[in-house]
Design a binder for this molecule. Structure first.
Ligand SMILES: Cc1ncc(COP(=O)(O)O)c(C=O)c1O
Length: 428
């Protein structure tokens, strides 16, 4: 479903957000208490939602695939406390840099895959020395660097290959089928390299098509180029992340509605059965490594209205788009609710942040009664690519609070950035 929205005419599309608004209304007291207790701005994590959502993903994918394993892309939100909760739910680690590798090891993850278009020698060495991080090879030069490193260290490395499937235009990432076949043959002859898996990833999927295409292409390539005995040694096929968790509404692309987790899993699982279990007659684990599907909906941002420009219906709140790392609301719509006086009514009024930049705003619409000073605002679905990409600009990265209604718990799990944090390492 695609439908244009031009910022004024098609406000009906925003009613797609009503289910999120209703959930925020249920949390009204928790949000008000949290703002009173810890202050705003704050990121706030709903632990119960996070856990239920992960269980739902695992349940749907595991029902048809015994060897299904869920990984979490740390890059989408690297809040250590949240990642620990995910680990307790049996989720594994998908990391993309030194900090994330260190965090995964510190949190005690056993299954860790490391994917990035560039990995420094220091990072490769760290991964090899860990003895448990699987290095997902992105390019030929990286493969050669790793071969030399293993020789120098006299240590072995577990590797997989990131294949750029034909439906993926992002040439920056991964290798072609023919490069993969060449490198895998070299790896099989190298006693220090343990080829354990293949991987592909395509971002931003509203349905299962790219997973079906990727699985079909990779299975055909494997069947054509490797013996059954060679393929039987593969421990996993990693089909990446990229499942869109909720409707995206943007000025440019209109409305993009993703299918449900069940619809994704039904189609993907049958493609796995057909291509991997039947066509190749092998039984590797199937790894899925979403980021936003796991992290986005569980976190909201709480802000307080500090000034009203009555004549323009404009407001200024105490947190800005430095919390996000990009001026997302210039192009996209997210549900914003007046938590002090919530309702399902859409009200017009532009909510600006405190940064010295006109692009620093939270959109021109919100659900609820007309705002006034000291009202609390909740911006919903703010858990993915926000905290982890937050800008170091002007104002502090705020605190992160977590709550569980089931456990009657609310606690700060990351302090607000201080002057010392900001200028750490700087000569003054
Ligand atoms: C290799 C890889 N895996 C997983 C992800 C997570 O993607 P998403 O958050 O869209 O699920 C990304 C995102 O960039 C990625 O590059």
């Amino acid at each position: 479903m695609k439908q244009r929205i031009d910022g004024g005419d098609d406000l009906d599309s925003l009613n797609l957000f009503l289910p999120f608004v209703k959930r925020a209304m249920k949390n009204q007291k928790i949000f008000l208490d949290s703002a009173r207790k810890y202050g705003t701005p704050q990121y706030i994590l709903d632990e119960d939602f996070l856990v239920d959502n992960v269980r739902e993903i695992k349940k749907n994918f595991s029902k048809d695939i015994v060897g299904f394993k869920l990984f979490y892309a740390f890059k989408s939100n690297d809040l250590p406390y949240m990642i620990r909760l995910l680990k307790e739910e049996g989720v594994n680690a998908d990391v993309s840099c030194m900090f994330e590798m260190q965090l995964a090891l510190k949190l005690g993850f056993e299954k860790i895959i490391y994917t990035a278009p560039y990995k420094s020698l220091q990072e490769l060495e760290y991964a090899v020395n860990s003895g448990k991080i699987i290095i997902n090879i992105d390019n030929v030069d990286e493969f050669n660097a790793l071969c030399s490193l293993c020789k120098r260290l006299k240590k072995s490395a577990s590797i997989s290959f990131r294949i750029r499937t034909k439906n993926n235009n992002w040439k920056k990432f991964g290798i072609t089928n023919s490069e993969f076949v060449k490198l895998a043959n070299v790896a099989m002859k190298d006693p220090l390299l343990n080829w354990t898996g293949v991987h592909f990833h395509k971002s931003w999927n509203i349905d299962a098509k790219s997973y079906v295409d990727g699985l079909t292409e990779i299975a055909d390539c494997l069947k054509e180029n490797f013996s059954h005995e060679q393929l039987s040694r593969l421990k996993f096929i990693d089909i990446g992340g990229g499942l869109l968790p909720f409707e995206s509404i943007s000025v440019e692309d209109g409305v993009e509605m993703p299918c449900s987790i069940k619809q994704f899993s039904d189609v993907i699982c049958s493609a796995v059965k057909k291509n991997i279990f039947e066509k190749l007659n092998i039984n590797p684990e199937i790894w899925l490594e979403p980021g936003r599907l796991i992290s986005s909906q569980a976190t909201s941002i709480l802000l307080t209205v500090k000034a009203t420009k009555e004549s323009e219906s404009e407001y200024i709140v105490d947190g800005g788009t430095n919390l996000l790392g990009s001026p997302m609301f210039e192009e996209d719509y997210f549900p914003v609710v007046n938590i002090s006086a919530p309702s399902e009514k859409l009200t017009i009024g532009k909510i600006n942040g405190p940064l010295c930049d006109p692009a620093d705003h939270w959109g021109k619409y919100y659900f609820g009664e007309k705002l006034k000073n000291d009202d609390l605002i909740s911006v919903l679905n703010m858990g993915a690519y926000t905290f982890s990409t937050a800008w170091r600009w002007q104002r502090a990265i705020p605190k992160y609070v977590t709550f569980s209604a089931r456990k009657g718990k609310s606690v700060i799990v990351k302090d607000e950035e201080s002057f010392e944090d900001r200028y750490s390492g700087c000569k003054i």
